[in-house]
Design a protein around this ligand. Structure first.
Ligand SMILES: NC(=O)c1ccc[n+]([C@@H]2O[C@H](COP(=O)([O-])OP(=O)(O)OC[C@H]3O[C@@H](n4cnc5c(N)ncnc54)[C@H](O)[C@@H]3O)[C@@H](O)[C@H]2O)c1
Length: 279
């Protein structure tokens, strides 16, 4: 893709880079000549995905065991990237997810429902962990990798929010609130850094079937859609889940100079879910 020639030779850090969406974005970037560092708390997964990316694209990719909630580990990863390729030009904050215990069993409570089957039974520690992972797991890498970008006067940060930040889905209370915080932080940091030349945007993916939501959307034994999975597809005008490749064009665009005047945006990639009122 010669259209993104300005990206060639740049270095991108992708947190949660061992995951489905993070590694797929890494493949897209390596395909246009970006050097890619996949940071994941699962170091083995990050390394194997980096090897696969290098083999598939002929590009440079490295996997580094890094917990986004451990500032020291992030600083060590930043030093490692800098020693290889110079300070990172781009940061994609793709580490994130939901904790099943921070999910309500019932979608809604009615008079007479068991309160513990709903919001009142949510495990507060799991709620806190979810907020930590999604919000602080975006803030801390931005602190560590954004500093050199601000100093240098160029770079881009791309956060991964969610459709649930815009239209909170039932059950996933902590996930929705924490992704809304990611969208808000995206706008805040974009304004704060606009004068430095560093841009900050976010993608709000709709529904992509991955490990973190498979238990909610499909029967894990049969793979058949759950009632909830069926509702999501019915609420998506394009009538399907997203495929990781559906994010590629937007990721390249938002990191490239082609989007030089775009900052503070949260862009849905959702098959029309957000636009559809259901009638
Ligand atoms: N799949 C979807 O439908 C969907 C929709 C909207 C948003 N998202 C978001 O996209 C991002 C990527 O999700 P995915 O679907 O690829 O999920 P995934 O579970 O495949 O990937 C997440 C990766 O993050 C890593 N991770 C978790 N905690 C970490 C930590 N503390 N430090 C470092 N790495 C950590 C995991 O090991 C995993 O490899 C997440 O932020 C998710 O919330 C996904």
């Amino acid at each position: 893709m010669t259209e993104f020639a300005d990206l060639r030779g740049k270095a991108a850090v992708i947190t949660g880079g061992g995951g489905v969406l993070g590694s797929s974005m890494g493949t897209a970037l390596a395909g246009v000549g970006v050097r890619v560092a996949l940071l994941d708390r699962d170091g083995q997964l990050a390394r194997s995905k980096a090897e696969a990316i290098a083999a598939a694209t002929g590009g440079e990719a490295v996997g580094l065991k890094t917990d986004v909630l451990a500032r020291k580990e992030l600083e060590a990863a930043a030093a490692e990237v800098e020693a290889r390729w110079g300070a990172a030009d781009f940061l994609i904050n793709a580490a994130g997810g939901n904790a099943p215990a921070a999910t309500t069993r019932l979608e809604r409570l009615e008079a007479g429902s068991d309160p513990d089957a709903g919001f009142f039974g949510v495990d507060v520690e799991a709620f806190r962990r979810t907020v930590d992972l999604n919000l602080m797991g975006t803030v801390l890498p931005s602190l560590v990798f954004g500093r050199a970008m601000a100093r240098r006067g160029s770079g881009a940060i791309l956060n991964i929010s969610s459709m649930s930040a815009i239209r909170p889905l039932t059950k996933v209370v902590a996930y929705s609130a924490s992704k809304a915080a990611v969208s808000n932080f995206t706008a805040w940091l974009a304004v704060h850094l606009a004068g430095t030349g560093v841009r900050v945007n976010a993608i709000a993916p709709g529904f992509f079937l991955t490990e973190q939501n498979r238990f909610l959307l499909t029967d894990e034994k049969t793979g058949v859609l759950t009632a909830r999975g069926g509702k999501i597809v019915a609420g998506t005008p394009q009538r399907r889940f997203g495929a990781p490749e559906d994010l590629h064009g937007l990721v390249l665009y938002l990191l490239s100079e082609k989007s030089a005047f775009v900052t503070g945006a949260v862009v849905p990639v959702d098959g029309g879910f957000n636009a559809y009122a259901g009638v």
